[in-house]
Design a protein around this ligand. Structure first.
Ligand code: ZN
Length: 348
């Protein structure tokens, strides 16, 4: 048989088998079969003793070239399998050099932060925190607060009325409360005196939203009722609140104002922190920033709740909450609070 053809057959067979190999253990078996001492190649070479010397030379050269070719193919195959194994292990492995993913921690909304801070101060002054219903009867929202039907003050609070909500045997109608004041009437009706409460909560007005107005916003109501409460108690309480919340250097100004459920009524302003009272854009050049309406509880409101107004008196106040962080942080658009934009909220 032609030795050259034999060699060529071995070579083709070897390369074909090598090509099919996928694992290291098979490589070892292949090496023994085609390149070891008992390989076909080695056997052919051993049989060369019978061949004439000239022919032996050319066959030797061919077999050496073949050996080199198989070795090169083997090295390439080994590398290929190594790469396969690396890729496989990388699928399950953790790359410790990759930067971590930032886990954002939730935090308290700036309006809630303000509520908690303000309620904390009033708790320290002996007030109890109560919460009321956001869906309310017009009786508590208006009538019991000395705002009867046809009273012009009703027009100043554009109201969301609930469809079909009415109370049997009354002419009460259901609405979304326009202020937290209904809890004044409800608490006076149901709680033994003395009363000292603050009422944080959401309120609703049927009006267009803009940079300073929302259809839903937050108030904190305050109420104190007892024997012998005077306007001096109101001033003292709110003065103390301002010093604790805004800082000891801020001045407080009371000016008369009208609210149907208080008499006398007042508006409270705090000296502007930005200009120190000189006048600037934030305070509208007045040097003062209004924070609250307040006053002595109207005798009619006490009487409607069944409290003897000749024996007892009280004061009430209401704070708008959204304004407070706006002034503190210079927030220019109140709609930012409820836009759900995390880039805004993560600042606080
Ligand atoms: Zn100012």
């Amino acid at each position: 048989m032609d030795i050259k053809k034999q060699l060529n057959d071995v070579r083709n067979q070897a390369l074909k088998e090598l090509d099919d190999i996928k694992e290291n253990t098979d490589i070892e078996r292949w090496r023994v079969r085609y390149m070891g001492k008992k390989s076909q190649l080695a056997e052919i070479m051993r049989g060369l003793s019978d061949v004439p010397i000239e022919m032996r030379k050319t066959i030797g050269a061919t077999s050496n070239a073949m050996k080199a070719e198989l070795e090169t193919a083997l090295i390439a195959k080994e590398q290929e399998i190594k790469n396969l194994e690396l890729a496989k292990s990388a699928e399950d492995a953790i790359d410790v050099t990759l930067p971590g993913r930032i886990q954002h921690q939730g935090h308290i909304h700036p309006v809630t932060q303000a509520i908690e801070e303000i309620c904390g101060i009033f708790e320290g002054l002996g007030f109890q925190i109560v919460e009321g219903n956001e869906v309310e009867w017009d009786h508590y929202n208006f009538d019991a607060l000395n705002i009867p039907k046809e009273h012009p003050a009703r027009d100043t609070m554009d109201t969301f009325w609930m469809k079909g909500g009415s109370k049997p045997e009354t002419d009460w109608k259901m609405l979304l409360r326009t202020h937290t004041s209904p809890m004044q009437a409800r608490t006076m009706e149901s709680t033994p005196l003395p009363i000292r409460i603050v009422v944080p909560g959401r309120v609703y007005r049927y009006e267009a939203t803009d940079a300073t107005h929302l259809a839903m916003f937050t108030q904190i109501e305050g109420l104190a009722v007892d024997e012998g409460i005077t306007f001096a108690d109101l001033k003292g309480t709110l003065n103390e609140f301002v010093k604790r919340f805004y800082g000891p250097d801020r001045k407080v100004r009371f000016r008369t104002d009208f609210f149907p459920f208080v008499e006398p009524g007042a508006e409270i302003a705090v000296s502007c922190a930005i200009c120190g009272g000189e006048g600037c854009r934030v305070c509208g050049n007045s040097g003062w920033i209004e924070i609250s309406g307040c006053g002595m509880v109207h005798p009619s409101v006490l009487e409607m709740a069944g409290i003897d107004s000749t024996k007892y008196s009280g004061f009430a106040f209401g704070l708008g909450i959204e304004r407070i962080p706006m002034l503190r942080y210079g927030i220019e658009d109140v709609r930012n609070y409820y836009s759900g934009d995390l880039r805004f909220l993560r600042q606080f």
